[in-house]
Design a protein around this ligand. Structure first.
Ligand code: NAD
Length: 392
């Protein structure tokens, strides 16, 4: 057993900083190298985190560094090819950011490549390490809400982006049930992209799970959004789930009872005192600890690629349901990205063809950001805001 796992980071942007801080907080990891094509970003990242060796090309890093762990922190379209690359070069574990992939075929290729090379494939759904979510899972399994019937969530900024966290979280608190069917609705009147992937203006998805529980997710239909909170309704109660707290409304507690959830003290002290978004940082630390335990030989990991594949299938089935105009019964046969297919088939005609990317600073400069944020704060949804901006 290695006493210290050699870690390499691929892509040194914003989320890479969270991965790096977490590895540096947890004993048993050694940050060996990182790869970043932007020279200014590369220099700043090396300086901030004292990374011994920087590369511009991930293959060169993988060939030279004998890495145990590779963290993939690039945009969505690179997750599959770079996971395959890391597996081929003998990484013992890959921690790949969400969304796992932009199609079911890609998710399957990632799983197959990692199984062939014996690489442990973890996906960056760090919210599975929130104590509130984990305690909710335990309470629901013990019948705190009776028979779970409906989980409800609201997000903005895209299904694949923020939506992937909430779909994953809804399954997690329900005990990771098998999805059985999905029905979706999608609107795409503007040429909207997110980190180089075409996405919808708004969508809605209903998923039915084995055992009868359902999940309803609204994306960009409301100004309210949270990738951290949702509610679980059951035959005998309602549980409001948050990262660090739970509130249960039941026949015995009709005013609602706040239930305690505590961070594991080892995780908390490893993460240390951070001045910003502390529970987010602590979740990354817990994620790194979980990964180390898995590498050390602990059975299973709560955000394995094989688990996240279900979330990818749900998202792709939502789109495919719109494409085919029917309920999508799983397993899903379509392996490609159905939203791109619908665009190519002109099933989602644009009213406003100008392309913009909500996460690429180069391409979103044309949006009047302040006006956009003001309208969102006033309670307008993404489609309403875009219609207002375009019609000015
Ligand atoms: N888990 C979470 O809560 C969470 C939060 C934010 C972002 N993310 C995910 O993390 C990923 C990265 O998002 P981000 O906001 O950090 O993006 P970012 O733009 O800040 O960083 C991406 C970096 O990758 C670099 N890069 C581009 N091509 C590369 C290549 N071929 N090889 C290596 N590096 C390359 C870019 O130069 C950039 O520095 C996305 O998939 C996003 O969905 C997850």
């Amino acid at each position: 057993m290695a006493t210290s796992y050699r870690v390499g980071i691929v892509g040194c942007g914003s989320i890479a900083q969270r991965h790096t801080k977490a590895y540096q907080s947890v004993p048993g990891f050694h940050l060996a190298a990182a790869t970043e094509p932007n020279t200014e970003t590369s220099r700043a990242f090396q300086e901030t985190f004292a990374i011994p060796k920087m590369y511009a090309d991930p293959i060169e890093m993988l060939q030279k560094e004998s890495l145990d762990v590779v963290s993939i922190c690039t945009w969505h379209g690179l997750h599959a090819p770079q996971t395959l690359m890391a597996a081929e070069h003998g990484a013992r574990a890959v921690l790949c950011e969400k969304p796992m992939a932009v199609s079911l075929d890609e998710a399957d290729q990632m799983i197959a490549a990692c199984q062939a090379s014996g690489t442990k494939l973890a996906i960056g759904h760090q919210r599975r390490f929130y104590p509130g979510w984990t305690e909710a899972r335990r309470l629901i399994s013990e019948g705190a809400v009776g028979k779970p019937t409906m989980v409800t969530g609201y997000v903005v900024d895209g299904l694949l982006n923020t939506g992937s966290h909430v779909i994953d979280g809804m399954r997690y608190v329900l005990g990771d049930p098998q999805p059985e069917w999905v029905m979706g609705a999608v609107e795409r009147k503007t040429n909207r992209w997110e980190r180089d992937v075409p996405i919808e203006d708004c969508c809605l998805g209903l998923t039915n799970f084995a055992g009868g529980a359902q999940a309803l997710l609204q994306v960009d239909l409301t100004a309210y959004s949270s990738a951290d909170h949702f509610t679980v309704q059951g035959s005998e109660g309602l549980l409001m789930v948050a990262p660090d707290s739970l509130r249960l409304i039941s026949p015995d507690n009709s005013n609602g009872e706040t239930l305690p959830t505590l961070w594991d003290t080892h995780t908390q002290s490893a993460a240390g005192s951070v001045g910003f978004e502390s529970y987010f940082h602590i979740a990354y630390t817990a994620q790194a600890q979980g990964l180390r335990a898995w590498l050390d030989g602990e059975a299973g990991y709560r955000s394995e690629g094989t688990q996240t594949r279900h979330s990818v299938e749900i998202m792709m089935a939502l789109y495919q349901s719109v494409r085919e105009g029917e309920v999508m019964r799983l397993p899903l046969e379509e392996g490609a990205y159905p939203l791109s297919a619908m665009v190519a088939e002109n099933k989602l005609p644009l009213r406003y063809p100008e392309k913009y990317d909500i996460r690429d600073p180069q391409r979103r400069t044309w949006i009047h950001r302040e006006a956009y944020d003001r309208m969102r704060a006033d309670g307008l949804s993404h489609p309403e805001i875009m219609a207002t901006l375009f019609n000015k």
